[in-house]
Design a binder for this molecule. Sequence first.
Ligand code: ATP
Length: 262
Amino acid sequence: MIHLRDITFKREERTILSGVNLDIQKGEQWVVLGRNGSGKTTLLEFITAYQFPSSGTVDVLGNRYGTVDVREVRKQIGYISQSLIEKLTMRDPVWEVVATGEYAFLRFYQDIPAEVKTKALGLLDEVGLLHTANQALSTLSQGERKKVMLARALMQDPKLLIMDEPCAGLDLFEREKLLVDLDQLRKRDITVIYVTHHIEEIVPLFTHVALVHNGTIAAAGTKEEVLKPEVLSQAYDLPILVDWHDGRPWIRVQPLERGASL
Ligand SMILES: Nc1ncnc2c1ncn2[C@@H]1O[C@H](COP(=O)(O)OP(=O)(O)OP(=O)(O)O)[C@@H](O)[C@H]1O
């Protein structure tokens, strides 16, 4: 359902991505890992058509970018990022924030139809926040706001859901609660692409991992293939061990020898 082929991205003489190939099939759920500045968000922006590569092709849900109206493709893509949360109006009631996900606008200045409100309330219920429906968004915790974004993204029944570090800034409790909700996505016919810095967020929902390193895909495949100590140690330049518990990977960094440099 997503095919990135021979992607190169150059900006101001600098090659940011090169030789990128990635194939995401229906039924797979992907995590994108990589160090700061490795190119993860740029990859997501190719998939949402907010940026275009310097060369190569991008096919998303059967559409080749450059030959289609990307606004039509975007209607099938839910996107959750911190920058989108910051654009929402904090004084709006929570149910209305969710309901505007039905439209391609951040706010809706006409009356919202009853059936759209009912759908928004149903999705709020699914993420356990129905009791907050009439509160202003500003009164919710950071974790609850992320759940509101999830409910909002699901309003259009997207085929693809892209999340850029949704657990960033959450405490352990809020993070685990959000991950439980994300795991529920397996009940839906939806493909998820999830960017994170934290390998322990790779809950059993996820099947595949792409590791971006120095502007290339250093490894891509099933999570068991990619989350190997030798693969991660090379990408992160650290001696890394991986422990699996209940289908979830946990990282340990081996102490560096005295005098060794990072
Ligand atoms: N339009 C652009 N013009 C110039 N440089 C860009 C552009 N888009 C991205 N970059 C650069 O490309 C590199 C990769 O950026 P990107 O945001 O994709 O990294 P990332 O892996 O998401 O990083 P982080 O984990 O820190 O969020 C960065 O050095 C960034 O400054």
